[in-house]
Unconditional design. Structure first.
Length: 414
């Protein structure tokens, strides 16, 4: 049940950090509800995964009750009851006992129907209820813990509700060595996927063929899935930021934006390379490509402890704006990366152990030129380390990679 690619002791340590940061307040993190669908996958709330390594327990939650007089009940795992008839459809689940406690690292595992009782007792003692889930926008449903706390505080006099929704995000942003190892492996798998695309890219190839070659490369390296829908967009579709159909033909003279990431041991990578379908950039394509690369290098250089992603974004944006293409750089320069491709992040200053993407781009629809270049950058004590630097990126290295592939045809520069 627990994803053992992270040791149980690390999950226990993460939970203890949350407990001590709550300073006596009560908190609940829900896995979320849902049934495994026939098509696609059910994904739990990733804060719950971060705290437990459990991905297949819809309806579960972790209760933090720091003031509980029994130290073993200060962090509890609450699971839905076993339903032997449903288990035949969805898989056999463990009953509560020593084996379950040991494998999850929780000293107390109970059934979730007891949550109302535990919450009332915890609220009576603590009088402080802390929202750990991200707060919703006003058009969305109220976040699940706030909704329950509003009901609890209507019944237990004197309770206050506080916003601690950044707490788990801030822990998740700083990666452990084990997490960095998994992310490095995900990047290696992505590298192989990109090489498989480079081997097949040529005028007339379908984006779907390239998509399949990419996924084949991920699978060769042990990835069970892509971290997100790969973007394999040629020609005009290279300018569509989240293009997902991947069902057209790549023509001679097109650029191809390949934005992709394998997932390994639950951790994501997120890399973009832009390739000339013919194997060689035209002069105009190279001009735009070099500009995006210059912006990317400026942003990567700006990454260091103490700066914010706003500073990093400004470094890339200045290069592109000064060259007159500011309005063609339509998105932010990067985001946090981890369990999720777009990992949650706060506007806090960068710290060693964070991993961010750096991905400026220029999109000129009329010229069918879309260029994005994206790497995964680890913030270190001294500055940064580009975790994906082995994947070819300069004009010379990209053209050399494509020339190596048998399918790569030479076409005259325009
Ligand atoms: N790689 C897709 C994105 O960052 O939006
Ligand atoms: Mn990205």
């Amino acid at each position: 049940m627990v994803d053992t690619s992270i040791p149980v002791s690390e999950y226990v340590a993460r939970r203890k950090k949350v407990l001590s940061s709550l300073k006596g307040a009560v908190g609940v993190v829900f896995a979320g509800d849902g049934a495994p669908p026939l098509r696609g996958e059910w994904f739990p709330n990733f804060d719950f995964v971060y705290l437990t390594g459990i991905r297949n327990e819809p309806g579960a939650c972790v209760l933090f009750d720091a003031s509980n007089p029994d130290p073993k009940k200060r962090i509890m795992l609450l699971l839905k009851p076993v339903d032997s008839e449903m288990d035949v459809w969805d898989g056999y689940r463990a009953t509560i006992g020593e084996a379950l406690r040991e494998s999850t690292g929780f000293e107390t595992v109970q059934r979730v129907y007891r949550l109302p009782l535990w919450l009332r007792e915890a609220a009576k003692r603590s009088k402080k209820l802390a929202c750990l889930h991200p707060l919703s926008v006003h058009t969305a449903p109220v976040s699940p813990d706030l909704k329950i706390f509003q009901e609890v505080s209507a019944r237990v006099p004197g309770c206050s509700i506080e916003d601690r929704s950044d707490l788990i995000t801030e822990l998740r942003m700083v990666k452990s060595s084990r997490e960095l190892k998994h992310m490095g492996d995900a990047i290696k798998a992505t590298h192989v996927g990109i090489e498989r695309v480079a081997e097949r890219i040529r005028p007339g190839v379908s984006e779907r063929d390239l998509h399949n070659a990419l996924i084949g490369g991920f699978n060769e390296m042990g990835a069970l899935r892509a971290a997100f829908n790969p973007i394999v967009g040629s020609g005009e579709r290279s300018t569509v930021l989240h293009y997902k159909e991947n069902d057209q033909i790549a023509e001679d003279g097109d650029l191809l934006v390949l934005d992709c990431g394998a997932e390994i041991n639950g951790y994501a990578s997120d890399i973009t390379r832009t390739f000339p379908v013919s194997g060689t950039f035209t002069d105009r394509q190279r001009e735009i490509y070099e500009l995006v690369l210059k912006a990317q290098n400026a942003a990567i250089k700006a990454v260091k402890p103490g700066v914010t992603m706003v500073d990093v974004d400004n470094a890339a944006r200045k290069v592109i704006t000064d060259a007159g293409y500011g309005d063609a750089f339509l998105h932010g320069t990067g985001h946090q990366l981890g369990l999720e491709t777009h990992d949650p992040g706060t506007l806090t200053k960068l710290k060693p152990g964070m991993v961010v993407t750096i991905e400026p781009g220029i999109y000129l629809r009329d010229e069918k030129i879309g260029v994005r270049i994206e790497d995964d950058i680890l913030v270190t004590r001294d500055g940064r380390k580009n975790m994906s630097s082995a994947i070819p990126k300069t004009v010379k290295d990209v053209e050399a990679l494509l020339a190596k592939s048998k399918g790569g045809s030479k076409s005259k520069k325009k």
